[in-house]
Design a protein around this ligand. Structure first.
Ligand code: PLP
Length: 378
């Protein structure tokens, strides 16, 4: 048993010390950011400092940043804004997070899933065909395409998609919740008109995120009430959360990225022991590894690793705890293997040896399970 390896940063990252310190300091700021007195102005200054940091991450002016309760609300707000702008058909990639899919399906507007190729990348040919076939309902085109997938780490060609969507006069929304802090997520780098971010995936606190929108993109006023967030989202802001978010973003931007070496070595070790590395043929985030092995259900792997001190996820982060085959992996054509996949994801606090320990622990678990099933062969 090892001292404990946490490879579940895609579910949530540990709080960075910088974020903790910023939040502790923010507890002593009493004012409401909307109040005009000195305490209110101090709170406003703190909020705007955090907003400016998030804006740098997104390569946008501060005014483009709307704080939300997290990535989920940011994605939902983008979809509702597209519908309010007249979109009568929502295109979403087949591997979007549940919050995107559910919001689109609940919108009352025709929703079409754009398939992905077996390696997990959106099928740009299929996207083009959908863009070329005008919707009977009319209205501007909207596409939701995530920057990197939360289960496989596969990076999506958002720029290429953006060119096609823009040529059709449309709006590309990018869920950058997993990519932020791992790869550049500036609006123009991604080609995005709007961007969803979440603090807790990059070492900030849970319960705060942002929707960042280019000037040409109008965000609808979804929550009625006061005029906070440029009138786009009512309700007194989560000042402590924003302070932690801003500090986490700043720390993430300042930290060197370790590269894929340790992850790749772990991938090679488990592949040699029989694992399928999902999305291996595609560009992926450096510290995400999705593996599958026949006849070893995801939950057995997750529980077995946990008993040995290695914490990972099965399927999507937000559906951890529920046992159902991954929709993303099914969309990639993995069939039965989709129920036998796990995700290991590192982040700012991960040490190279965590990957080695995780791989060794997985190989040990797999060998023990197989020898139990086939005692004679062991
Ligand atoms: N989008 C992606 C790709 C995610 O992985 C997640 C969470 O796992 C979300 C959105 C939701 O973010 P939040 O937990 O901040 O609501």
């Amino acid at each position: 048993m090892n001292a404990g390896v946490y490879l579940d940063h895609c579910a949530t990252s540990p709080l960075r010390p910088e974020a903790r310190a910023a939040m502790a300091a923010a507890f002593d700021v009493t004012g409401n950011p909307s109040s005009v007195h000195a305490s209110g102005r101090a709170a406003r200054a703190l909020l705007e400092e955090a907003r400016a940091r998030v804006a740098i991450l997104a390569g946008a002016p501060s005014a483009a940043v709307t704080f939300t309760s997290g990535g989920t609300e940011a994605n939902v707000l983008a979809i509702r804004s597209a519908v309010a702008a007249g979109a009568r058909r929502l295109l979403i990639s087949a591997i979007e997070h549940d919050c995107v899919r559910e919001a689109a399906l609940a919108s009352g507007v025709e929703t079409v899933e754009v398939p992905v190729r077996p390696e997990g990348i959106i099928d740009l040919g299929a996207l083009q065909a959908l863009l070329d076939a005008p919707s009977a309902a009319g209205g501007p085109v909207f596409l939701a395409l995530m920057a990197a997938n939360n289960e496989t780490g596969v990076i999506q060609p958002t720029r290429e998609a953006a060119e096609r969507v823009r040529a059709a006069g449309g709006w590309l929304h990018v869920d950058a919740v997993q990519a932020a802090g791992r790869t550049p997520v500036e609006l123009d780098v991604l080609g995005a008109d709007s961007l969803a971010l979440s603090a807790h995936k990059l070492g900030g606190p849970q319960g705060i995120g942002a929707l960042v929108a280019a000037a040409r993109t109008r965000i609808v006023r979804d929550i009625p009430g006061g005029g906070q967030e440029h009138g786009r989202r009512a309700g007194t802001q989560n000042l402590i959360g924003a302070a932690g978010f801003g500090a986490a973003v700043e720390a993430a931007l300042a930290s060197p990225r370790p590269g894929p070496g340790a992850r790749d070595a772990a991938a090679a070790a488990v592949a040699a022991a029989g694992a399928v590395v999902v999305g291996a043929a595609a560009p992926r985030l450096d510290d995400v590894l999705c593996i599958a092995i026949r006849d070893l259900p995801s939950e057995i792997q997750v529980m077995g690793l946990d008993l040995s001190g290695v914490q990972v996820s099965a399927g999507a982060a937000c559906s951890s705890g529920k046992v159902r085959p991954s929709r993303v992996l099914e969309a990639m054509g993995l069939g039965d293997l989709a129920g036998c996949a796990i995700r290991l994801s590192g982040g700012w606090s991960t040490r190279p040896e965590d990957w080695r320990i995780a791989a060794e622990t997985w190989i040990d678990l797999k060998t023990r399970r197989q020898s139990r099933r086939h005692p004679a062969a062991a």
